[in-house]
Design a protein. Structure first.
Length: 190
């Protein structure tokens, strides 16, 4: 077994969070919400340079590259990072529809707002109008991310959970907006 593969298996056994993969960015190795994205990206690139399959000798498999890639994308994206933190800290999996539905049922106004935006998108025929909806949606996303920062800092996980579910809805709207084209049917995932 190669040294890098042996290191991977040793690290895999003791690895408990994605934060541990980036010791320069997260020296405490603890889940945190506020991240220096530039520092994370720089460390990710440096680690990928060491572990990327193109850098490993022929015949060796370095799964560390795959793990680093997954961890980086989870930690850099606010929605996925929030879902991950809530799963780590409270064992609540907000990626599961049944869990998300329970939370949505406690505040059906969010779903109604999303449905209204979906109907609005279906009626739009002009690129300028869709750009206005895109900007309004991005402002909603930014506001939620700001509230998440506050909720995680205060360790208010009930609020963080509700905000994360809401962020998921508005992220789905953002995707639908991105896919918008005149006359194209819009499918919105809830």
């Amino acid at each position: 077994m190669s040294l890098s593969l042996r290191r991977f298996f040793i690290q895999k056994r003791t690895l408990t969070t994605f934060y541990e993969l980036f010791p320069k960015t997260f020296p405490d190795k603890k889940p945190i919400w506020s991240i220096d994205q530039t520092k994370l990206r720089k460390e990710y690139r440096a680690l990928q340079a060491q572990h990327h399959p193109d850098m490993v000798k022929e015949g060796e498999i370095d799964k560390q590259s795959t793990l680093l890639n997954k961890a980086y994308h989870v930690l850099k994206e606010p929605l996925r990072r929030s879902q991950y933190m809530i799963k780590l800290l409270h064992d609540i999996d907000l990626t599961q529809d049944s869990v998300k539905e329970k939370i949505t049922n406690s505040d059906p106004d969010i779903l109604m707002k999303v449905i209204d935006i979906h109907e609005q998108l279906m009626e739009i025929e002009d690129e300028n109008d869709v750009n206005k909806v895109r900007q309004e949606n991005q402002e909603r996303i930014d506001a939620i991310e700001k509230k998440l920062t506050d909720a995680f800092e205060r360790k208010d996980f009930d609020t963080a959970i509700k905000l994360t579910v809401e962020l998921k809805y508005w992220s789905n709207v953002a995707y639908a907006i991105k896919e918008w084209a005149p006359g194209k049917e819009i499918h919105l995932n809830h």
